[in-house]
Design a protein around this ligand. Sequence first.
Ligand code: AP5
Length: 233
Amino acid sequence: MAEPFLPGPVLLLGAPGVGKGTQAQLLMADYGIPQISTGDILRDNIARGTDLGKAAKGLMDQGQLVSDEMVNEMVGARLAQPDVKRGYILDGYPRTIGQAEWLDAHLVSLEQSAGAVVLPLVAVNIRVDEQVLLRRITGRRICSQCKHIYNVYFKAPKREGICDIDGAPLQHRSDDTEAAFTERMKAYHALTAPVIEHYSKQGRFREVDGDRSVEAVTAAIELSLRQLRQVGL
Ligand code: AP5
């Protein structure tokens, strides 16, 4: 029997609210590889009151980026876990050219130390108009337990404020305000847009239109991944 398709290491790129987290959760379920969301790891540190969480909270609430050093160290530690061997989905990282260059070098060093050929990164950029993004951000609610993502305008839970999956209360992220969104978009244009350019120049890159149904976006990303890996075409 043919092996199921595995996309290997994948970067999901795009502005705040384009659907990276929503799509990463679906890809994780389809491919059985972990989602690595730097935003989720930082929020978990804030919830646990760690030094990293304390340093990150003020910046995140204002819509500013956390330092490259902190985030790179966090990602390095996560990529040392055994569950990433078959691939992973990086969501919200890299966000600056400094992070992208650090990641590229880190993956080369991991490959050298493993003494094996590791699949190269592939990147998919999700595009959505900025006017649509504001509603996605202010309407977003997240399950406090299973982290499933809802939206009061586009994907409301059956019971207001309650997760359909486990009945836990939904939460509103403290940076999902219009003011923080404006700052996050500024950081995105100044610091993250060049990362898209960086990976598009490397060639293993596709763009998808994210202003469609969640299912249509997933299908477009999965087709892109097959094209990038030249599998099943
Ligand atoms: P992070 O958590 O990464 O936030 P983000 O990149 O701003 O992205 P979002 O989580 O807001 O959006 P998303 O694209 O995942 O969209 P989602 O799927 O939820 O970062 C937060 C902060 O942490 C940063 O500002 C920074 O301070 C810090 N940080 C994180 N990583 C960092 C790094 N690498 N370096 C430095 N600092 C870092 O969808 C959004 C909404 O839209 C949801 O309600 C969803 O239901 C809805 N939706 C999704 N798809 C669709 C669709 N197709 N149609 C209609 N609605 C949809």
